[in-house]
Design a binder for this molecule. Structure first.
Ligand SMILES: Nc1ccn([C@@H]2O[C@H](COP(=O)(O)O)[C@@H](O)[C@H]2O)c(=O)n1
Ligand SMILES: C[C@@]1(CO)OP(=O)(O)OP(=O)(O)OC[C@H]1O
Length: 169
């Protein structure tokens, strides 16, 4: 018999996307890592575009809405918020629903800075926040070959896909 309720399924998939424009005077945080060699991103929070895409993917997997619903950008308590703390909060919601991370795959779209030298540090931060190991966390990057808003160097975009597994232990 078909059963479509949350918690009745062994696996759930989620997708997230986010974009932030550059604000050179702010610190750049990406994947929970401070990238000192480049200016930051505009946002109410710390504007960690990669963690925001990951949170939306986690929430989406269980049809829990999006980060704007849980952390409104009109709420002063989220001004300059540490997105790693928000990610931990979102993952606690996932655990509370009876699921855990299977794996996470992400893509950062940016002309600058180079992401590759920072990927291991990002994997460590994200794995820690998601009570997982680094082999479950994939971070990739591409330029947009100078096309579109990312290609013109106006900001950074990120995409994330997660697979959640029912926690039957
Ligand atoms: N911001 C970025 C963009 C790309 N990379 C790495 O460079 C490789 C080549 O990028 P293309 O856009 O030409 O495909 C890419 O595969 C990444 O490894 C990066 O580190 N940071
Ligand atoms: C986490 C929040 C909190 O204001 O961060 P912002 O920096 O506003 O970023 P955005 O991705 O536009 O929306 C998500 C918000 O909920």
């Amino acid at each position: 018999m078909a059963c479509y309720g949350k918690g009745a399924e062994r696996m759930r998939i989620g997708y997230g996307f986010d974009v932030h424009s550059f604000a050179e005077e702010r610190p750049l945080l990406l994947g929970g890592v401070r990238i000192a060699e480049h200016g930051g991103l505009l946002g109410h929070s710390d504007a960690d575009v990669l963690l925001h895409a990951i949170m939306d993917a986690l929430l989406g997997a269980l049809a829990l809405g999006d980060i704007g619903k849980h952390f409104p950008n009109t709420d002063p308590q989220y001004r300059d918020a540490d997105s790693l703390l928000l990610l931990r909060h979102v993952y606690a919601m996932i655990r509370n629903e009876g699921y855990k991370l299977g794996n996470l795959d992400t893509m950062v779209l940016a002309e600058q800075p180079k992401i590759a030298p920072h990927i291991s540090a990002m994997q460590r931060q994200i794995a820690h926040a998601l009570e997982s190991h680094e082999g479950q966390i994939s971070i990739k990057a591409t330029t947009m070959e100078k096309m579109g808003f990312v290609g013109r160097g106006e900001g950074i975009a990120a995409q994330a896909v997660v697979l959640l597994l029912a926690d039957t232990d």
